[in-house]
Write a protein that binds this ligand. Structure first.
Ligand code: NOJ
Ligand code: NOJ
Length: 491
C-alpha cells in the first residue's frame, strides 16, 4: 500500500516539528571528545541524547534487577524481561562507561550488573516452557515476567542467543577486572564473584551443548540456524576458552575451543556468492516463510555484538559483513518512502532509515507492514564509526571489491584514490581521508535518528516508513542502548 504524496509531505513536516534543533549543551561525561570535527549541532544533540539514554537505562531496571523491554503494557505489551534485550542493555552501559574520558565511577554500573545477574541466576533455576533445568533447556526461554517466572503464553521458543550474549557480558566484566583495579576491587566488595561464576558456567554449558539445535531468531519469528545466534555463540565460547585457560578449567577451555571452531565452520556457509551477501538463516524448519531475500540487518547486529578487538572473525570490518551492509542500505533506501527525504530541515544530509529485513510485516503492534527501526539504523551508524577506527589502526588493509562497494556508498569522495588490490595502511593520508568520510556517513545515520526522535529524546521501537512518526513500543530500552554504543564508537 502506498499513501498519496500529500500525506507523505504533510507527514514530513509533522515529523520535523518533533525534532529539537536547539539541544542543550549538556555534559555527557566525555564521550565525543575525540573526533569532534564535523557537525557541531548534531554532536551537541548526540551528547544530550546520551544523557537521556543513560537515564532511561537506569530507570528501566526494576529493583529486583529485571530490565523491562519497554514500559508499554498494551499495544504492544513489552513489560517483560527479555534475556537478549537485557544482556545487550547491560553491555551497552559497560561499553559507554569504558569509552568515556574521564571515566566516571564504575560502582553504580557494577551494582546494576550485580542485581541483573542475581535476577538472571533466579531465572536459570526454574523450568519453563522452553524446558527443564536438566540439560539447561530452560535457558532457551526468551521472555520472563518481571518477577522472574518464564512467560506462560505461546511464543517463538527456544531462542538460543540470550545466554551467549549474557556470557559475553560477564566475560567482558571479568576481562576488565584483570586489567583494572577499580573493577576487581568493586567486584569483590559488592560480592559479585559467586553469581558471575554460576551464571557464566551455566550459560556457556548451555551454548556448548545446544548450539547445533534449531532455534528461533532474534526477531522471534523464524526457526532454523541463524548467523546472529551462531556468531554470538562463537564469541561466547571463544572468550570462555581464553578465560578458563587455567589449571582448574583446562578441560572446559578445550571443550569451548572445540565448540568455537565447529561453530566457525558453520558460519562460513552463510555466504552466498550468487547474491553477494550473508544469508541470515539456513535450514529453516519452522516459523515465518516469507523472507525470500534472506537478507537481514541481524547480520550487522551480529558483527557489532560479537566484535572483539583481538579477533576479526566476522567483525565490523569483515568484507562479507560490509557487502551485506551495502545491500541493506541500498534495499531500504529504495523500499521506505520516508527515505526519499535525504535532508533534515537544517540542511543536514541523512542516510536511509534501516528496517529489520525487506519482507517484514510487523508494524510494532500488528502486521500491516514493516518500518525502519532505531536499533538497526543506529547499527549502520556504529558500523561506519567502527570501520573508520579499525582502518586507522590497521597496519595494512588489502582492498577487494566488497570493501570498494561499501566505500562507494559510504565514502564516495575517497573512491578515486582506491582500486581493487590496493593496500591501505592505517597511517596513510588516504586512510585518514576514508576514516573521516566514514565518520561523516555514520553521522548521517545519526542525523536520520535525530530526525525521527521526539523533542524530549524519547525513542520508541520503530518510525513510520511513510510519515516518519515513531511507532511500536514506546521508550524501547534497546533503542537507548543502541544509541549509547553507536556514540561510544565515534572516537
Ligand atoms: C513480537 C516479536 O517480538 C516481533 O519481533 C515479531 O515480529 C512479532 N511478535 C511477530 O511474531
Ligand atoms: C521484538 C524484537 O523483534 C525482539 O528482538 C525483542 O527482543 C523484543 N521485541 C523485545 O524488545
Amino acid at each position: 500500500m502506498r499513501l498519496p504524496n500529500w500525506v507523505f509531505v504533510v507527514g514530513l513536516l509533522g515529523a520535523s516539528t518533533l525534532t529539537s534543533f536547539s539541544a542543550q549543551a549538556e555534559q555527557a561525561g566525555g564521550v565525543l571528545n575525540g573526533n569532534t570535527t564535523g557537525n557541531n549541532e548534531l554532536l551537541t544533540w548526540a551528547r544530550s541524547q546520551v544523557s537521556k539514554a543513560r537515564g532511561m537505562l537506569v530507570v528501566q531496571q526494576l529493583d529486583n534487577g529485571a530490565i523491562i523491554a519497554s514500559p508499554s503494557t498494551r499495544d504492544p505489551d513489552y513489560y517483560y524481561h527479555w534475556t537478549r534485550d537485557a544482556a545487550l542493555v547491560m553491555t551497552a552501559q559497560l561499553t559507554d562507561l569504558l569509552a568515556s574520558t574521564p571515566r566516571g565511577s564504575a560502582e553504580p554500573l557494577l551494582g546494576r550488573i550485580g542485581k541483573y545477574l542475581s535476577f538472571s541466576e533466579q531465572t536459570q533455576e526454574s523450568p519453563n516452557r522452553s524446558g527443564g533445568t536438566e540439560g539447561w533447556y530452560n535457558l532457551g526461554e526468551p521472555k520472563f515476567y518481571v518477577d522472574g517466572r518464564g512467560f506462560d503464553g505461546d511464543w517463538g521458543r527456544p531462542q538460543s542467543d540470550g545466554p551467549a550474549l549474557r556470557a559475553i557480558l560477564i566475560l567482558k566484566v571479568l576481562e576488565q577486572a584483570e586489567i583494572d583495579q577499580e573493577f576487581s576491587q568493586l567486584i569483590s566488595r559488592l560480592g559479585m564473584r559467586p553469581t558471575m561464576d554460576t551464571v557464566l558456567r551455566r550459560d556457556l554449558e548451555y551454548v556448548a551443548m545446544r548450539w547445533r539445535e534449531s532455534s528461533f531468531d532474534l526477531w522471534e519469528e523464524v526457526r532454523g540456524a541463524h548467523f546472529y545466534n551462531r556468531l554470538v555463540q562463537y564469541r561466547a565460547l571463544a572468550k570462555g576458552q581464553a578465560y578458563f585457560r587455567t589449571a582448574e578449567g583446562r578441560s572446559l577451555s578445550t571443550a569451548y575451543g572445540d565448540g568455537a571452531r565447529a561453530i566457525a565452520q558453520t558460519l562460513e556457509r552463510h555466504w552466498s556468492p550468487e547474491r553477494g551477501y550473508l544469508l541470515t538463516t539456513l535450514d529453516r524448519d519452522g516459523g515465518v516463510d516469507y523472507k525470500a531475500a534472506n537478507l537481514d540487518a541481524a547480520i550487522v547486529l551480529a558483527a557489532l555484538h560479537a566484535a572483539d578487538s583481538k579477533d576479526a572473525f566476522f567483525g565490523p570490518s569483515d568484507d562479507k559483513v560490509l557487502a551485506t551492509a551495502t545491500k541493506l542500505a541500498d534495499t531500504f533506501a529504495a523500499l521506505y518512502p520516508i527515505n526519499r527525504n535525504t535532508r533534515d530541515p537544517s540542511g543536514q544530509e541523512m542516510l536511509p532509515g534501516i528496517g529489520r529485513y525487506p519482507e517484514d510485516r510487523y508494524d510494532g503492534v500488528g502486521f500491516s507492514g514493516g518500518h525502519p527501526w532505531f536499533i538497526t539504523t543506529l547499527a549502520l551508524a556504529e558500523l561506519n564509526y567502527r570501520v573508520a577506527s579499525e582502518l586507522e589502526k590497521s597496519s595494512k588493509w588489502i582492498l577487494n571489491e566488497k570493501h570498494l562497494a561499501f566505500f562507494a556508498r559510504h565514502a564516495p569522495r575517497s573512491m578515486a584514490a582506491l582500486s581493487k588490490g590496493a593496500t591501505v595502511s592505517g597511517q596513510s593520508a588516504i586512510a585518514k581521508k576514508l576514516a573521516s568520510e566514514l565518520r561523516a556517513h555514520g553521522d548521517q545515520y545519526l542525523a536520520r535518528v535525530r530526525y525521527h526522535t521526539a523533542r524530549d529524546g524519547a525513542m520508541s521501537e520503530q518510525f513510520n516508513r511513510y510519515d516518519g512518526f515513531m511507532r511500536g513500543a514506546r521508550d524501547l530500552t534497546w533503542s537507548y542502548a543502541a544509541l549509547l554504543t553507536a556514540v561510544a564508537a565515534r572516537h
